[in-house]
Ligand binder design. Sequence first.
Ligand SMILES: C[S@@+](CC[C@H](N)C(=O)[O-])C[C@H]1O[C@@H](n2cnc3c(N)ncnc32)[C@H](O)[C@@H]1O
Length: 460
Amino acid sequence: MNVDLDLLRQYNQSLPRYTSYPTAPHFGEAVGRETFRAEVWRANTAAPEAPLSLYLHLPFCRQLCYYCGCHMKVTHDPARIAKYLRYLKREIDLLAPMLSSDRPVTQVHWGGGTPTLLSPEQIRELGEHLRDRFRMAPDAEMSIEADPRGLTEDHIAAAREIGMNRLSLGVQSFDPTVQEAINRVQPERLTRTAVQWARDYGIESVNLDLVYGLPHQTPDTMADTLGGVVDLAPDRIALYSYAHVPSVLEHQRLIPEEALPAPTERLRLFKQALERLTTTAGYRFIGLDHFAKPDDELALAQDNGTLRRNFQGYSTRAGADVYAFGLSGIHQLSGLYAQNTKNLRTYYDQIDQDELTVYRGYRPTQEDRLRRHVIMQLMCNAEVQKGAVEARFNVDFDAHFSAALDRLRPLEQDGLVALRPDAITVRPPGRLLVRNVAAAFDAYLHDAAPDAQPAYSESV
Ligand SMILES: C[S@@+](CC[C@H](N)C(=O)[O-])C[C@H]1O[C@@H](n2cnc3c(N)ncnc32)[C@H](O)[C@@H]1O
């Protein structure tokens, strides 16, 4: 894949990542647990056999990574983790009976924080608890995030025993200087061992997380990291752009700003990584930050137009409502977004009262659903067929989206999209800037006053 630096520079701006539409900053407290309960009941009655996707948030980490932008809490206290797990299981027990037991679970994801901060025994217990309360589909995609530091062979054995078939390991960079600056010293051999255990225990797919734009990162250290990663041959790679927002995330002030690569350097690192992964290493660029081997499910789903996007990133399990358990988790039903509290004390208090902890959300209008569909098609499958949208939503595409089409014309001139009478196609250079293409259809971005806009990260 060839990368045009000038084009990246020209289009690099703050834009949403469209894991939802509208995006989470538009969620409001008009949606609370009563609205959520009613929608769960409605959706479950309307489709009592519809598949389910379950997300479990395990927020604890043993040590603070200075770059971290995830919803996490540092702890060294095993009792704190044990307490959280007790409440997480009670939350599962509150919600599971609201869903028909016929509904197959086709996707499970444990994210964090660091799910593998749980002991192997705790992983087994939580996995069994889920299996007791839900019907897992035999081919369910089950994934867990792990930190190679502190990971043991028994963690992998436990994950496998409860059915986990995907493992996502945090790497970020193999360079010791970078690792020191981000407070995440993680010798390469730990990652190698973790990948080997995953393979030994029959985990089908391994993902490695990398970040570019970290302090002290240079083309040389990036080349070394990429070399090490390619050598490990993971099935998927996530390459995130470091989002540095110390005004919001105070701990990021511990990152030495003078050591951060300048904007052009960052783009160069991105170009370098992209070219290395997609040419000699043979990975397919799926979109945004994701790469997969060409025979991976993600690549195949993209080929046949069935790739989807949710808060966990790209997914092949279309049509499953996502139910989220744990602090800050976001439920994604087709008719409602709803987020659990981010406050641990509130989380415990509400579960003590046998209440769910949803505190905000959003009910998409018909117009939101239409725009969400177009945005997701562009983000996932690089194309939107106008006729299919017209048939599904009963609109005249060109008339309805005339403002969006006008916004896309300069992008067409720059070769990012092809605007055809029957379809909009994202062309290869536009795949890197797909957020800019999707943003043309975002009514909230264009209709709201500029100072009312939430802060999003840059496109690359
Ligand atoms: C919840 S973490 C990973 C799991 C595990 N806790 C670990 O540390 O290995 C998810 C991933 O988000 C990415 N990430 C976290 N903070 C970020 C930031 N500020 N900018 C870009 N990527 C970030 C990292 O690649 C990280 O591995």
